[in-house]
Design a protein around this ligand. Structure first.
Ligand SMILES: Cc1ncc(COP(=O)(O)O)c(C=O)c1O
Length: 398
């Protein structure tokens, strides 16, 4: 049997990986296989919102592991009912569909919108999404995404998406004219560069949607589960969307996604129209329930807001000292530092300082500490980041 030796790893070559392999994690720290300690300000890309191996979730999962892992959605799953009940209680939605990832949650939303359009408007759906947006890597969510680099090589794209400029008044006018079935957006674009939606623009967008019977769909895969200082970001904008998607932080790192909808919209799905073998299985639902309870019943949200303010004031002050830092933006524990230069270079320097950071787009360094981060850990970050900036500047001038 011939096997190519071009790619050393048996894992398919789809990621640009940094030279670090992580063995253990606890709270805001992870340890490499040679025992080195790293401060983790990435939270597994906005997923481990309660830090690594949070005790509440770990205990609940350990207990569930001894009882039942998986059945199927052919039977009732009490743990799934419990999680759906909690999500409904804590949001403006009435029903939940469970799946395994953010892309799948958005796929479910797109299918629901299409079915809703057929049933209620008697036409094929068209959906407005925005430039720089990111909605996932499946074919429908790639088509929804407003970034060419994500689509390239996978044409032809699924039809029915119209991409408009984000935060622009001209887009509001266009939405009135097009009157699409739905408008789907991230209220804070994460992968696109940590770009928050303008509150007034969102108010007007929400009003236009309500007036014209257009469904408003918020993709809270990255912003949800407390990441931006409230359980869901839409709460801070004072709007009531028709559909919301979640994943990442929902299971504290255990794979689970969800699509939530108002009852009149959810009614467009009937048995047999959509499904997922693993979606909301007992283990995943247990992780979700324990995570949601931990957020609701402890002071993590208050802590995340306090530490965010502390971190933001330090970062704002950096602008005066380092001219290549152009802007600090974001909310809660989703923070972007716009720099002149290549964000990945800075991320690599941070790795040498045993600090894990992310980029977003070409020139934004993204900080995603867990909501549980302590002031002492923010101080450790400040100490390390000052050194990172110094090395970055030396590299630029050297
Ligand atoms: C806003 C948003 N939507 C969807 C996704 C896709 O989620 P997943 O990678 O779980 O499919 C992401 C992932 O980064 C995201 O940030």
């Amino acid at each position: 049997m011939f096997k190519s030796t071009m790619n050393q790893s048996p894992v398919m070559n789809t990621y640009n990986r940094l030279p670090l392999s992580i063995q253990n994690g606890k709270g805001t720290y992870v340890w490499s296989d040679d025992g080195e300690e790293f401060l983790d300000f990435t939270s597994g890309i906005a997923t481990c919102n309660l830090g690594h191996c949070p005790p509440h979730v770990q205990e609940a999962l350990q207990e569930q592991l001894t009882r039942l892992w998986h059945t199927s959605n052919l039977y009732h799953i009490p743990k799934q009912e419990e999680l759906a009940g909690l999500l409904v209680e804590k949001s403006c939605f009435d029903q939940v569909f469970f799946c395994n990832s953010g892309a799948e949650a958005n796929e479910a939303a797109i299918k629901l919108i299409r079915s809703f359009a057929k049933k209620n408007v008697g036409k094929q759906a068209n959906i407005v999404t925005f430039k720089q947006s990111f909605h996932g890597r499946t074919l429908a969510t790639v088509a929804a995404t407003g970034q060419e680099k994500i689509k390239t090589g996978f044409e032809p794209m699924l039809e029915g998406f119209i991409h408009l400029p984000f935060n622009e008044d001209q887009s509001l006018q266009a939405i009135k004219e097009i009157s699409p079935t739905a408008v789907m957006l991230e209220l804070l674009q994460g992968e696109g560069g940590v770009i928050p939606a303008d509150p007034q623009w969102i108010k007007e967008l929400s009003y236009i949607c309500k007036e014209n019977g257009i469904l408003l769909v918020v993709d809270e895969v990255q912003t949800g589960m407390g990441r931006t200082g409230s359980l869901f970001l839409y709460e801070q904008y004072g709007i009531e969307p028709d559909i919301m998607t979640l994943a990442k932080g929902l299971g504290s790192g255990f794979p689970i996604g969800a699509m939530l909808a108002k009852a009149r919209v959810g009614a467009a799905f009937q048995p047999g129209m959509h499904g997922s073998t693993f979606g909301g299985n007992p283990l995943a639902s247990c992780a979700g329930t324990a995570t949601l309870k931990a957020i609701n019943e402890t002071d993590v949200l208050r802590n995340s807001i306090e530490q965010s303010q502390y971190l933001m004031s330090y970062l704002e002050a950096l602008k005066g000292h380092h001219p290549f830092i152009k802007e600090i933006r974001g909310r809660g524990m989703l923070i972007g530092i716009l720099i002149e230069g290549d964000a990945i270079e800075l991320v690599k320097i941070a790795l040498n300082e045993k600090l894990l950071l992310l980029s977003a787009g070409q020139n934004v360094v993204r900080l995603l500490p867990p909501l549980t981060v302590s002031k002492e850990e923010v101080d450790v970050f400040i100490h390390k980041f000052n050194k990172v900036l110094q090395h970055y500047e030396e590299d630029q001038h050297g």
